[in-house]
Design a protein around this ligand. Sequence first.
Ligand code: ZN
Length: 83
Amino acid sequence: MSAYQEMAKQCKCCGKHVPLPTTLKEYNEVMLCPTTFSNVVEYKRIWKTLGKRPAGSIRKHFSDYVQQLVEETIDKNEDGTIQ
Ligand SMILES: [Zn+2]
C-alpha cells in the first residue's frame, strides 16, 4: 500500500478514494480529503447564510458524512480553517 493510500484512509468520506488525495485537510480535529473538506465549508456557509438547516433540495447535494460533520459543529466557534 502506498503512502498516499495509507494517508487517504484517515478520511472516512468513502471506502476508497478515486482518485487518491495527495493532501488532507483538518476540520474539527477530523482529517478530510480536499473534496470533502470543501463540501463541508460550502455546506456550513449555506447553513450560516440561511440561519437554519438547509432544505432537502440543498441537502441532497451533500453526502450524509458532510452533513453530519457540519451538524456536529454548526453551533461551535469558527476554528479558523473555515473562513
Ligand atoms: Zn475523503
